[in-house]
Design a protein around this ligand. Structure first.
Ligand SMILES: Nc1ncnc2c1ncn2[C@@H]1O[C@H](COP(=O)(O)OP(=O)(O)O)[C@@H](O)[C@H]1O
Ligand SMILES: CC(=O)OP(=O)(O)O
Ligand SMILES: [Mg+2]
Length: 404
């Protein structure tokens, strides 16, 4: 049987799905969770069974090695070379990549070159690419980019108000991220609402360790909260979201930092929910701490919600209307309380959640029939999107060609 493996390295996790083609049946799916923090674990579901183990997973290298080992140990493959194609999610594709490509040396070089634009992700993505290339030299390997979906944004939304030459010479612009997820979620939203996607004004809220919102109009990405890098936009697990560029210089002086990487690292790894709460980067821990009366956990949640609502307001005006708001990713899919807190701020606009539907989650409409804007939950499936890219490239390999 021909097996296709899709690898999705997020900032806090490594997810994978093993598919059989042409049926697209999921043979196994797994999550290596809380990479680099306490209580990390691996969970793999296959053939009605569930394998779960808690173990320290300090970085993505350990996670990839563990995945390779478990694929064989759990008999998900008898030999690795049963896997004839591998799809990798890559976060930063910059101006180079507006579609999925077959991975070759030039593609690898460009992904490495773009590492500065996604420091938590591209190095981890490359690691997965290199390990699987070594283990499966004959398998078709493709890369699907988070940024590709946002290539449709108009200049007014992707340009910063900085000297235009910075864009022309250095590619300084908003690239966004999570595009594979936003696209999937938008399609599912239209399907659930039984309306053509092109007619809908949507905001998809991808709320995970990394979080971003996307305004979708005329069936395409119109605006998004992440920018030149995935550091900006809303409050994230360890990322600051939007800050004033001047505070970077100011804090470098105050903290006597000489290397700019150090301050970016503090904004990337020590800020967000972790920075505000001083407790954890994981929303599950923050919610539990809030229930225990921890004031800074409550404050972290308030900031998280406020920043999301601020962008919903912005996109409502930019699109001149809104048909639906869809929640996805780790927090968006699994936290009724966060969905409720966000929708409470929109109650004045006539947004109403149906409590039972919100509690149940899953792929569903969560709002009441009289809500002015539909609210939905759609569990994301970045892996299925990447699989579909592989299927298209197999049918027509010219689709996956990368030319500079
Ligand atoms: N039941 C839950 N309630 C609240 N937050 C959750 C829940 N389950 C997972 N999360 C959050 O989802 C985050 C991971 O989201 P995910 O989209 O998988 O992350 P990644 O950005 O690594 O792809 C975790 O950091 C955690 O904060
Ligand atoms: C781009 C990004 O932040 O991805 P993730 O949420 O998977 O970390
Ligand atoms: Mg993710």
């Amino acid at each position: 049987m021909e097996k296709t493996l899709i690898i999705n390295s997020g900032s806090s996790s490594l997810k994978f799905k093993l598919f059989s083609l042409p049926t697209e049946a999921v043979l196994a799916s797994g999550l290596i969770d809380r990479i680099g923090i306490e209580d990390s674990s691996v969970t793999i579901k296959f053939a009605g069974e569930k394998f779960h183990k808690s173990l320290p997973i300090k970085d993505h290298k350990v996670a990839v090695d563990l995945l390779l080992k478990l694929l064989v140990e759990l008999d998900l493959v008898t030999a690795l070379d049963e896997i004839t194609a591998v799809g990798h999610r890559v976060v930063a594709g910059g101006e180079y990549f507006d579609h999925s490509v077959i991975i070759d040396e030039t593609v690898i070089e460009k992904i490495a070159e773009l590492s500065e634009l996604a420091r938590l992700h591209n190095p981890a993505n490359l690691l997965g690419i290199e390990v699987f290339k070594e283990q499966l030299p004959n398998a078709l390997a493709i890369a699907s980019f988070d940024t590709a979906y946002h290539h449709t944004m108009p200049a007014k939304n992707y340009l910063y108000s900085v000297p235009y030459e910075w864009y022309e010479k250095y590619g300084v612009r908003r690239y966004g991220a999570h595009g594979i997820s936003h696209e999937y979620v938008a399609r599912q939203t239209a399907a659930l609402l039984k309306r053509p996607l092109a007619e809908l004004k949507l905001i998809t809220c991808h709320l995970g360790a990394g979080s971003s919102l996307c305004a979708i109009k005329d069936g395409h990405s119109f605006d998004t909260t992440m920018g030149f890098t995935p550091l900006t936009g809303v409050t994230m697990a360890t990322r600051s979201g939007d800050v004033d560029a001047e505070l970077v210089m100011y804090m470098m002086k105050k903290l006597k930092l000489t290397d700019p990487d150090e301050i970016v690292s503090l904004l990337t790894r020590k800020s967000g929910l972790l920075g505000i709460s001083g407790l954890s980067s994981d929303m599950r821990d923050i919610l539990a701490a809030k229930d225990q009366g921890e004031a800074r956990a409550a404050l972290a949640i308030t900031l998280f919600v406020k920043n999301i609502v601020r962008y919903i307001g912005q996109y409502y005006v930019e699109m001149q209307g809104l048909d639906a708001l869809t929640f996805t990713a780790g927090i968006g899919e699994n936290s009724p309380i966060i969905r409720q807190l966000i929708c409470d701020e929109l109650a004045f606009m006539g947004v109403k959640l149906a409590p039972k539907a919100n509690e149940s989650g899953g792929e569903a409409v969560l709002s009441t029939p009289d809500s002015t804007i539909k609210v939905l939950c759609v569990p994301t499936d970045e892996e299925l999107m990447i699989l579909r890219e592989i299927e298209l490239i197999k049918l027509d390999p010219t689709r996956g060609k990368f030319e500079l």
